[in-house]
Ligand binder design. Sequence first.
Ligand SMILES: Cc1cc2nc3c(=O)[nH]c(=O)nc-3n(C[C@H](O)[C@H](O)[C@H](O)COP(=O)(O)OP(=O)(O)OC[C@H]3O[C@@H](n4cnc5c(N)ncnc54)[C@H](O)[C@@H]3O)c2cc1C
Length: 322
Amino acid sequence: MSRERLVVVGNGMAGLRFLEELLRRAPGKFEVAVVGAEPEPAYNRVLLSSLLAGDIASADVQMRPREWYAEHGVTLVTGQPATAIDVVGKTVQLSSGQPLAFDKLLLAIGSEAIRLPLPGRDLAGVMTFRSLADIEGLEQAASTGAPAVVIGGGLLGIEAAYGLARRGIRVTLVHLMDRLMERQLDAEGGRLLADAIEAKGVRVLLGAETGAIRGSSAVEAVELKDGRVLPCGLVVMAAVNFGAEVIADGHIHVYAPLRGRAIAGARGNTAARIFSTCMEPQLVAIAGTYRTTDTALPADVLGKPAQVRLDGDTLVVEPLPG
Ligand SMILES: Cc1cc2nc3c(=O)[nH]c(=O)nc-3n(C[C@H](O)[C@H](O)[C@H](O)COP(=O)(O)OP(=O)(O)OC[C@H]3O[C@@H](n4cnc5c(N)ncnc54)[C@H](O)[C@@H]3O)c2cc1C
């Protein structure tokens, strides 16, 4: 008897964690293919700041080698983003043009680094911080020893600033709000964190709004809206867009082990923005909010935060508790 074909789009930490759990609970149940946009198989993204800092080697961030996927009968396609999903024909289109047929589709597409819409954002030396490829670029830029400005005082910005400072780079962390990680910390916590970051050699500027990035062909300075100018040879934009545009309907589930919840905002009947938040490895759940009018989804999860969990070897869609 032929097996159901399961395609997992996204080979990040959540996608891999799902796969490990699926293979443990229901080995052989599905014919599985995993599609990853990045050239490498899933790696530990959380360790990227340690890698940037030079505290660990790139081998230390690896999770499962390619052989592991092969040993478990999983087809692994890397370096090829899924560009379209045909929910009627049940195929995923890869950037190579190759279609991949599925019976069940799982999106584990995480979030992506974005470039803030600032003048000068396309100058050489303006970088993002989220992937192994970003680290390679940052290492190269840091090797010049030029001062760096990190824009964004959330977790990502702090991680980037720390990694660069550990490399001996003079780093200024610019944050719009009056405290770092304002979503997670109160005023006192934010102050303690800023003190701790400054003790690591990072200059922290709070309540500072970036106006423009200046330079003729490469970055020369960051200009704040209050007129201050920060000379630098590297700018790191530490911001992410939670999710990616996808075509969604009832066949699509979003896997995201969550601290909070995954949310998908409606954009018509079939287009949805899928949000994935934090990694919490011990919680195995597939979650998404479907604010679409997809009638293929159970009525009690339509438009609400929902989770898909493995019940034995069956995927169950249900409202998120609480
Ligand atoms: C330095 C650093 C430190 C962090 N520290 C923490 C922490 O302490 N705690 C915490 O909870 N989180 C932390 N995070 C965030 C953490 O990395 C994310 O929570 C986690 O990576 C989410 O896993 P994910 O698999 O959902 O998404 P991702 O890791 O973003 O993986 C999604 C994958 O899907 C791929 N993809 C996207 N679109 C497509 C497509 N169309 N086709 C194919 N593939 C696609 C992406 O390329 C990516 O490889 C940190 C992040 C960084 C960078």
